[in-house]
Design a protein around this ligand. Structure first.
Ligand code: ADP
Length: 651
């Protein structure tokens, strides 16, 4: 029994969840892995950026500090003339110091020496009072240590700042050495190429204004930047690095791509699997319904079905078959001959037909067998065997359908017996009929014999010659033979216990019947015209047919009692058409009115005082017994025509 709907639903929901869970976990895991790897990359880049920046900041600080020291060591001998100063400046510039100009100011702040000499004082930043910055100069003088000026623009793009280094001799400040840095050049000199490959390095001022940068024009920068204070010189300057978009490492990209592809494949697989499962479920459902339908059909069949493989082993039986033999399917499936349901008395016959079927030589039109029910009852079955063809079109065994015909056979037997009884009754009645007519008929030859013998006796008494006596005796002998024939007929009829159908010539039976009625006909002055086709072969009982014909002829004779003597005519005609023989007996008698016609074939119906009313009833049953028909119609010339129709046997 299938589980209740609610249970099936909740089970299928859990199944749904469990079937998707690994997939969800897998995709989630892949996404998490990708995200974590990306995060680790970013963090690593950030750490590298910070350490690179710290390194750069230290490097610059080292440069500036070293330059401060070098500037502080300016010799007065150098400052005395321009040549000496120039050589000092060149030495200083040679250290990749980032310095672009060197100025020597005396204690009053006047420019004594400058290299290079050309500077545009109009472009000075906060030192509006001129270059170099007065404020820085004074601060340096008063503090007695290096002071940096704020940055100021130089021409349009460039920014500069100065370092004022006070120079003292014997405890007295004798002047200030001013170093002018161009921000762009500091970066150009101090930022190594490998760093510049990775980051855009800039020095920014107030409000994030870029005062100088070292950058690659062709590369795109990222959003993440890092700043450190550019100290010295201070004044709010900061060193900023913005990493360029670096291509991700190939291995990582391949890994990520493979993961994504893998996830897609899993997704596709899952989708395909799901589709397959759904399709399978639909097909299974259809199969289940089909199976249930077929099972119901099989179970409701009254016909027993039994399948055997090519070795004769039972591989399937339906419930009707089990009921038929009274054995459960479990006891039948797998059995080999002799089968438990074979009737013991018919074992050989059953085995023979079984072998014939297995050899492919079974009767196509089916065959009858006797089977044995478990309770010992023997049943008659009608079997049809057909080859069992499997799904691949191979002949895999034999399928037999069995119909229990026990009832039918018994009924047929009963009907046969009843028919037999009826026939024997009919024969008895006919015999009674015949006995009276034969008695009547015997009367004539006996009377004739008596009169012929009396005549012969008289002739002998009168000593008549033998030639006169002999004809009378001959006639007596012939009449005695005729009586003998009548007696033999009665005897053969009385001895008959069953139908003796044989091939007979109908025209001969008509002749025989006519000979039975001959004397009567002659006595009543009736003419008979005969028109017989010959030979007409039918299969039947000659005596019964003869008696029936005799009865019809006798009725015809009796119907003409009141017919004028010259009108007394019986016409007997035998023709063949469409495989039937048609025998008509037409009289010119009283005819049959509607009231008589309605009861004509009823047993015991008669209009004659001495009649029995059985003749036509028997005639009709005899004809039907011969698969023929007996009808009648009015004779257009007066009287009645009786028609006998019998199937002919092909010659
Ligand atoms: P039965 O001859 O003993 O009367 P049948 O069964 O042979 O019994 O006939 C039944 C009745 O049918 C007859 O009594 C008669 O009235 C009618 N009958 C039969 N044959 C003819 C015929 N050829 N013409 C007129 N009536 C007939």
């Amino acid at each position: 029994m299938p589980p209740p709907l609610a249970e099936r639903f909740s089970r299928s929901r859990w199944l749904w969840i469990f079937s998707r869970l690994p997939f969800i976990l897998f995709v989630g895991g892949v996404a998490l892995l990708l995200w974590m790897s990306d995060r680790a990359d970013r963090e690593e880049r950030r750490t590298t950026l910070i350490s690179d920046m710290l390194w750069l900041e230290q490097n610059l600080r080292f440069h500036l500090t070293r330059n401060e020291e070098l500037l502080g060591r300016v010799d007065l001998a150098h400052t005395a003339n321009s040549k000496g100063f120039e050589s000092f400046a060149r030495t200083l510039f040679g250290f990749e110091s980032g310095l672009r100009q060197l100025i020597w100011l005396d204690a009053e702040g006047n420019i004594r020496q400058a290299h290079p000499a050309t500077m545009n004082p109009d472009l000075a930043g906060e030192a509006t009072a001129g270059l170099p910055s007065r404020q820085s100069f004074r601060l340096a003088q008063s503090l007695g240590k290096p002071v940096y000026s704020s940055a100021y623009p130089y021409y349009t793009n460039d920014w500069q700042f100065e370092v004022h280094v006070p120079v003292s001799r014997e405890g007295r400040i004798v002047g200030v050495a001013v170093g002018v840095y161009r921000i762009r050049d500091i970066l150009g000199d101090s930022v190594p190429w490998w760093l510049a490959e990775r980051y855009r390095i800039s020095i920014i001022g107030d409000a994030g204004k870029v005062l100088g940068a070292r950058s690659k024009v062709e590369s795109e920068i990222t959003e993440e930047d890092y700043q450190v204070a550019f100290d010295p010189p201070g004044w709010g300057l900061a060193l900023q690095a913005v990493p360029y978009h670096a291509p991700r490492p190939i291995a990582s990209m391949v890994l990520s791509a493979s993961l994504v592809v893998l996830a897609m494949m899993v997704l596709w697989n899952f989708w395909a699997l799901r589709r397959h499962v759904l399709r399978r479920q639909t097909v299974e459902e259809q199969l289940r319904q089909e199976h249930a339908f077929r099972k119901a059909m099989e179970d409701s069949l009254d016909t027993g079905m039994r399948a055997r493989n090519l070795d004769g082993e039972i591989i399937y039986v339906n419930p009707a078959f089990c009921r038929m033999v009274g054995l459960p399917a479990t006891e039948l499936i797998g059995r080999r001959p002799p089968m438990p349901y074979w009737a013991d008395e018919h074992l050989d016959e059953t085995r023979a037909i079984h072998d014939r079927v297995l050899a492919g030589d079974g009767p196509v039109e089916g065959f009858e067998l006797k089977f044995k029910h478990r309770n010992g009852e023997v049943i008659d079955v009608l079997i049809h065997e057909a080859p069992l063809i499997d799904a691949r079109g191979r002949h895999s065994g034999w399928m037999g359908s069995m119909v229990d015909i026990t009832e039918r056979k018994q009924a047929a037997e009963r009907a046969r017996q009843q028919q037999d009884r009826l026939q024997s009754t009919a024969r008895l009645v006919a015999m009674g009929e015949m006995a009276s007519s034969i008695a009547h008929e015997l009367n004539q030859p006996l009377a004739a014999i008596s009169s012929y013998c009396t005549a012969a006796v008289n002739l002998l008494r009168n000593r008549a010659p033998a030639t006169e006596v002999l004809p009378a005796l001959d006639k007596a002998v012939e009449q005695a033979r005729r009586a003998g024939r009548v007696v033999r007929r009665i005897y053969s009829l009385a001895r008959r216990s069953e139908n003796r159908f044989e091939l007979i010539h109908l025209e001969e039976r008509v002749d025989a019947a006519l000979s039975l009625i001959e004397a009567d006909v002659r006595q009543k002055g009736i003419r008979i015209t005969l028109d017989l086709a010959a030979p007409v072969l039918v299969e039947g009982d000659p005596v019964l047919l003869e008696q029936a014909l005799f009865n019809i002829l006798r009725n015809a004779v009796e119907s003409m009692r009141n017919t004028a003597a010259d009108q007394r005519l019986i016409t007997v005609k035998l023709i063949c058409a469409d495989g039937y023989a048609l025998l008509t007996v037409a009289d010119r008698g009283c005819g049959i009115d509607a009231a008589v016609a309605a009861k004509l074939f009823d047993p015991l119906f008669t209009t004659k005082p001495e009649g029995m009313g059985m003749g036509l009833a028997i005639c009709r049953s005899v004809m039907e017994n011969h698969r023929g028909r007996l009808t009648f119609e009015a004779n257009p010339e007066g009287g009645t025509i009786f028609r006998i129709l019998l199937p002919m046997t092909p010659q």
